[in-house]
Design a binder for this molecule. Sequence first.
Ligand code: GLN
Length: 247
Amino acid sequence: MSGRTLTVAHLFPELLNLYGDGGNVLVLRKRLEWRHDACEVVECHVGDRPSFSGIDIAFIGGGSDREQRIVCERLLDERDELTAFVEDGGVLLAVCGGYQLLGHSYLMGDEEVTGLGLVDLYTDRGAPRLIGNVAVESRISPQPIVGYENHGGRTHLGEGVEPMGRVLFGHGNDGVTGEEGCLYKNVVGTYVHGPLLPKNPGVADHLLSCALERRYGDGTLEPLDDEAELAANKVMVDRLMAGEEAE
Ligand code: GLN
């Protein structure tokens, strides 16, 4: 099937865009266009009143604590709409700082900041920061998911919340459990920057398929020639599995 259109909301791109997170939106767009589908991107800036009624995929990236606080205050006003979107199967990808905001609370310094409460999780802090390359085995990707993490936060999943996957290399949610990210309905939360989607086309297609299924009742996707993407993924997987940090 082609000729379909998905609408992607990029939330607060001017504040939350660490390590090329905005590239995730480009990947979603290109993978639709390469299949002769279309993608509209709506950027939601601070001061806008985001509406999620026509949105298929919402994306929120990572940022510093300062930026996260601004975004969180802003998003708390939209909590009911966001909750309705998530509970209705809306697709939401949240990376690092954005991922932390999905939970009940986030510890910023000594202060506990209220989160969106969309997923049963919370984040406190630890030392040292968890920094470096990461590889994660996940049911939403045929290849290990590779990327880069850098966070002081330690995220703890509620009982029954599924992690995005298991850490093969790196730290993940808390550096202890071996779990990385979360999956809840059509929400994917993760610490993986890089950005996430260019080297992990399986994750991009998982999100697109969920969104197409919800909008059109058919999440089928034509296969693409992912030779370059999979080569980039494999280089990192091979290096990390050999116990070697990338240069
Ligand atoms: N400020 C958060 C932390 O340090 C998230 C950082 C990020 O998005 N990379 O835990």
